[in-house]
Design a protein around this ligand. Structure first.
Ligand code: NIG
Ligand code: FE
Length: 419
């Protein structure tokens, strides 16, 4: 765990000093910053910071440390990506081309493509091969500024293959320099063999998958794709009730394809987050306002599938907290760059740069129960931060959409080397 002094920082931004674990409504517009600042990292943790004019470097002389100048640059907390599917076997660009030619995501799924296509390919791949590929994706994402991440199963859909995916995630946890949370998503789709008797698949999840996942301590959370053509709210209730008996909190994929009760199911089951939300109306907003469930939008999915964007502007204006994540997966979002998520949030969803950054840092951390340890510039938190390219203001990040402004990523106080 390293010691590092960063000096001459044009703006040290994303500072939280009041202990807030999430930000909601109008609070999201504040991304507190100090101009012309220094940041002292000790033993991999944010130890102190202040203005350059008050820097007394003699304080650090007796402690071995590295020193970096961040002149003209911003230093920000790393992104927290609270929703990904980075363990997968193959790309699905043929479905992408089918969609360009007019087929919808749901039509492709109904004809055995989509998630079932990914499951077939994953079932044929060894755990070792999946691990090598996923590790490379994880390392690439860290280099783009992600400092904590969630990874889901859900492309196994058999007992053996769901466990295989979760073991890959467990191995990633063991070697990852950044925190990882694992989510069991056996309820991602009904396998073809169970189309006529879906209750049997739900029983398989509850009676075989969940006990095995629990026995090996493979998951932190349980997710269900509660949407039209996938799992119903009633099925979701049964699945999450079972998960609860194994101590697994809920996360939900919901309201991506319609107003199908996913939000209500999430709130009813005290889910930590409900993710997607492309179809969110007044009833859903009212429901979320009475809960601690974090709404999570995945604008990369809307961009890639050409479906509506979640109405985050309306949700923030109603007083809700909102979070943004990548959803990196081979079907709906083959991209995990959080800088692009920020750009989409600003250009398509009308969030200010400050709101988009809070949604991808502290509120992402909340959605993973990590906001006491990461997600802001706060004394005592893990020093997962990045130094930008020279930037005149925060708005430059989304302004140069598609171009990463991340220049150096610091993980636990050390410069991250992606090679
Ligand atoms: O979050 N919507 C459900 N699951 C994934 C997509 C899965 C896939 O198409 O492979 C998502 O978008
Ligand atoms: Fe997803």
């Amino acid at each position: 765990m390293a010691n590092l002094l960063i000096t001459e920082i044009s703006s040290l931004a994303g500072i939280i000093e009041n202990g807030a674990l999430k930000l909601k409504g109008a609070e999201m517009a504040q991304f507190h910053a100090i101009a012309d600042a220094w940041l002292w990292i000790e033993n991999g943790k944010i130890s102190d910071y202040g203005e350059m004019r008050n820097l007394d470097s003699s304080r650090f002389e007796s402690i071995a440390h590295n020193r970096i100048s961040a002149k003209d640059r911003f230093v920000l907390p790393c992104f927290v990506d609270s929703h990904t599917h980075i363990v997968f076997a193959k790309t699905r660009e043929e479905e992408f081309v089918m969609r360009i030619k007019g087929k919808t995501y749901e039509e492709i799924a109904e004809s055995g493509g989509g998630i079932l296509n990914s499951a077939k390919r994953l079932q044929e791949m060894s755990e070792d091969e999946l691990f090598v590929q996923a590790k490379q994706r994880l390392w690439d994402l860290i280099a783009f500024g992600t400092g904590a991440i969630e990874i889901k199963s859900g492309y196994g859909l058999t007992v053996v293959d769901e466990l295989k995916m979760l073991r890959v995630i467990k191995r990633l946890k063991a070697i990852s320099p950044i925190p990882i949370k694992a989510t069991f998503l056996g309820a991602h789709a009904i396998p073809s063999a169970y189309k006529a008797n879906r209750a049997d698949y739900i029983r398989l999840i509850i009676e075989e998958m969940l006990p095995a996942v629990h026995a090996e301590n493979l998951a932190d959370y349980m997710d269900v794709f509660c949407d039209q053509g996938f799992f119903t709210p009633t099925e979701t209730d049964a699945l999450l009730e079972a998960a609860k008996s194994y101590g697994l909190k809920a996360k939900i994929h919901g309201n991506e394809l319609g107003y199908t009760g996913g939000v209500q199911a999430a709130v009813r089951n005290h889910a930590l987050s409900v993710d997607h939300l492309e179809y969110t109306g007044d009833d859903e907003i009212k429901c979320l306002l009475q809960s601690d469930t974090m709404p999570v939008a995945l604008p990369g999915c809307s961009f890639f599938l050409g479906i509506p964007y979640a109405p985050l502007r309306k949700m923030i204006d109603a007083g809700l907290p909102v979070c943004l994540a990548s959803d990196f997966n081979p079907g709906s979002t083959p991209n995990g760059r959080m800088g692009f998520v920020v750009a989409l949030a600003c250009t398509q969803m009308k969030l200010s740069p400050e709101e988009a950054l809070n949604a991808t840092t502290i509120n992402g951390a909340y959605a993973l129960e990590l906001s006491h340890e990461i997600g802001s510039i706060t004394r005592g938190k893990r020093a997962n931060v990045f130094i930008t390219k020279p930037m005149s203001s925060l708005a430059i990040m989304p302004y140069y959409f598609g171009v990463d402004q991340v220049s150096k990523v610091i993980i636990n106080g050390e410069v991250f080397d992606s090679h």
